[in-house]
Every structure is written in C-alpha cells, then in structure tokens.
Design a protein around this ligand. Structure first.
Ligand code: HEM
Length: 386
C-alpha cells in the first residue's frame, strides 16, 4: 500500500497505545482505570474464549471501565455462560447465511439509491454523511423492523447518540433516554400489532416467557449500538483507503480478489481497535504477567491483527485476494453476531461506489476528518468529488 499512514495504529486518534513487541502490557483506560492490554493473537483468543475473563464481572457497577458507557449488566454483551447463550439464541437466527442472502438485494438497492442521491448533490460532498453512515442505519432499521413512519424520528435519536462531539454529555444522555423510551413504546405497539422484523419476533419470544421486558428492550438497543457505528466506520475507512491507493482500487474492482481484499481492509483498519473489557474472576497467568482477580483485560484488535506469527508482512495489505486471520469481529462466545451482515455491507458499499462513480476521488489532501473516540475508530467526514 502506498498510503501506509492510514493503516498505522499510531496514526489512529484515540486508540489505546500499547508498547509494541510485548504480548501483554499495562495501560490506563479513558476513565483512568488500569488494565492489561493483550497484543498477541493466540493470547487474545485465549482471553476472549475463557469465561474466567468475564464480561458479566466487567459490567458490574464499580468494575474497571474502558469509558463511561459500560454496558448494563443485563445486556447481551454484559453476560456470561448459559444466560448469555440464551439471549444470543433469540437473535442468532436473524443473522444466518440463508437469511442474509435474502437480504442482500435489499442492501444493494439501498446502496444504489444512496449513490443516486449522492450523485445529484453538488461536488465536493461528504461521503460519510450521505452514504457510509446512512447505509448501515437503513439496513438496521429494516432488519429490526422500525415502522416506516417512525424512521426519521428514530434516525434523529440515533444520529445524535453516535455524534462524535463529546461536548454535550447531558444532551446526549437525554437523547439516549429518549431512544430507550421510544424502543420501549415500540415494543408495546408490536405486542398489540405484530409486524415483520426482528423486534416483533423478540416480542413473541417475550410473550412466550423466553425474555424479560428489560432484556427485550436492551436487545433492540444493543443491536443498534453494536451494528450501526461500527459498520459506518468500516465503510468510511475502507472508502478512504480505496481512494488513496490506485492498486487497492483495482483489486476491489476484480470480483475474484474483492472478498480477500475486503478482509484485508477489515484486518488492517478495524472499526473496533479494542475489544470490550473482561474482568478476571480468579488469579490467572497471561504470558509473563499475573492478572489478579478483579483486574481488567482488553485486547488490542489493532495489534493482534498484525501478528508477525500469522503473516510474513503483517503491516502490508495483500492485494492478491488472500488475507491473514484477524479478530476484527472478536472471538469466542461474544463473537460479533452481525459479522456476515457487516461483510456484505462493506462489500456492497465499495462495489456500488466503484460502479456508480468511476472517477470518485478525495477532494484534496485534507478530505478526511477522523473522529476522536476510543471504542470505535472512523471518520467524522470524508469529502469526495466525482
Ligand atoms: C464492521 C462492522 C462491525 C465490527 C467491526 C464489529 C465488531 C464486533 C466485535 C469486535 C465484537 C466483540 C466485542 C468483544 O467481545 O469484546 C462484536 C460483538 C457484537 N456485534 Fe459486531 N461488529 C460490526 C458490525 C455488527 C453488526 C452489523 C451487528 C448487528 C446488526 C453487530 C452486532 C454485534 C453484537 C450483537 C455483538 C455482541 C455479541 C455478544 O455479546 O454475544 N455487529 N462486534
């Protein structure tokens, strides 16, 4: 890759910086809590696959936190073992290969519509605000089953929630509460009047006693928070890489290489630079360090995706259609439920941009503005011309 700057962990703002070369290092989170940062892929798989590194313990009040938005204890991501598996089963059926194959034409149409609208705007225009961030929201609203008449209202709650501006925490909190309130009232409406979509199917599970009401509302919110910003960031960064490197653009045009190259984009520019935190439930040894019970461990996905043991040139993007293994979607019981959906969206988004805008280019050297966040990594805006 010629544009190595955008693939360098050091160039990504807000990312937890570890010391290179050590498998486990001590870092401090944004809230000032000390944590162990795992930088080796085999160790990362061990941590993410071992329940003694517990998500439930990490979601308890007072546990060491990555940032102020720790998950609530009764959420999908804040549970372990059988309780976690029970919640996960209620939604897993919506993300199977068969169901997603049926969804692909919808995603392609949505991407085409957005490209059409983008093409009618005066250039330069912001690719994030008009394409990369809109596609995942459109797809999620469809999958979750937000009624068409509510979509604008819903999008306004969600957009402000994920606004990267950290300057208005009280306003954000208020809008977060409004979103949760909307989700709760929608659940009541769907209970009275079932409709197509994931949320309505969860209401049936709730009515049959398989989910409590807070679990139901939290699951709807969890899918949104997990699936929207991550995918928007991944599409935005992938577009930036594609527009910065003619060889990469060529490789993405080639249907035989597109899937492997998209994996390389996921590996080298993960929208999730770090995993959620796990808290050790007992004293455990990790490489050359001892993790005491109650201490937190996070995985640097950015570092473990560039593991020299798994790739001869771990920092270089392979353009021949092969890709080294990565943990961009996590590993183990909390492995990303939406990974196949995210892969389809990134692939469709890049293919649509290439097809609809053969001359798409960055609008100058300062076209990209990075967000300054910790848990996801991506662009606030990307100005393009065509
Ligand atoms: C490129 C886009 C995405 C990336 C990079 C990503 C990444 C991740 C990662 C790293 C985890 C595991 C975190 C951990 O264990 O510490 C995760 C979990 C999860 N993701 Fe994604 N994700 C993406 C898109 C999506 C989408 C589209 C959905 C659904 C619509 C989704 C739903 C979830 C859910 C529900 C979990 C929690 C699973 C559990 O706790 O059992 N994600 N994701």
């Amino acid at each position: 890759m010629s544009s190595s700057i955008i693939h360098s962990p050091a160039s990504v703002p807000g990312v937890v910086a570890g010391l290179p070369g050590r498998p486990v290092v001590r870092v401090r989170s944004a809230t000032g809590d000390p944590m162990w940062l795992v930088q080796d892929q085999a160790l990362a798989r061990r941590v993410l696959g071992d329940r003694r590194f517990s998500r439930a313990a990490a979601a308890q009040p007072g546990a060491p936190a990555l940032n102020s938005a720790n998950p609530v204890p009764d959420s999908l991501t804040g549970r372990d073992g059988a309780e976690h598996a029970r919640l996960r089963r209620t939604v897993a059926g919506w993300f199977t290969a068969r169901r997603l194959a049926g969804l692909t034409p919808y995603i392609e149409r949505a991407a085409d519509d957005l490209a059409e609208r983008l093409g009618r705007q005066p250039a330069p225009a912001d690719l994030i605000g008009s394409f990369a961030a809109v596609l995942p929201l459109t797809v999620l609203l469809h999958v979750i089953g937000i009624p068409p008449e509510d979509r604008d209202l819903f999008a306004s709650y969600v957009n402000v929630l994920f606004d990267s501006d950290e300057g208005d925490p009280v306003g954000k909190r208020r809008r977060g509460i409004a979103l949760a309130g909307y989700m709760a009232s929608l659940v009541d409406r769907l209970a009275a009047e079932p409709a197509p979509g994931l949320l309505s199917s969860l209401v049936s599970v709730h009515q049959a006693g398989g989910l409590s009401r807070p679990e139901l509302v939290n699951l709807g919110l969890a899918l949104l928070t997990a699936g929207y910003e991550t995918t928007a960031d991944q599409i935005g960064m992938s577009a930036l890489a594609m527009l910065s490197d003619p060889a990469l653009r060529e490789a993405l045009r080639d249907p035989d290489r597109r899937t492997g190259v998209t994996e390389e984009l996921l590996r080298l520019m993960p929208a999730t630079p770090v995993s959620f935190a796990r808290v050790a439930t007992e004293r455990l040894r990790l490489a050359d360090v001892t993790v005491e019970a109650g201490e937190a461990v996070i995985v640097s996905i950015l570092a473990v995706n560039r593991d020299p043991q798994r790739s001869a040139c771990p920092h270089r993007m392979e353009l021949d259609g092969t890709s080294a293994p990565h943990l961009t979607f996590g590993y183990g019981p909390h492995y990303c439920l939406g990974a196949p959906l995210a892969r389809i969206q990134v692939g469709v988004a890049l293919e649509t941009l290439l097809r609809r805008f053969p001359a798409l280019r960055l609008a100058g050297p300062d076209a990209a503005t990075w967000k300054n966040q910790l848990l996801t990594c991506g662009l606030a805006s990307l100005m393009v011309s065509w």
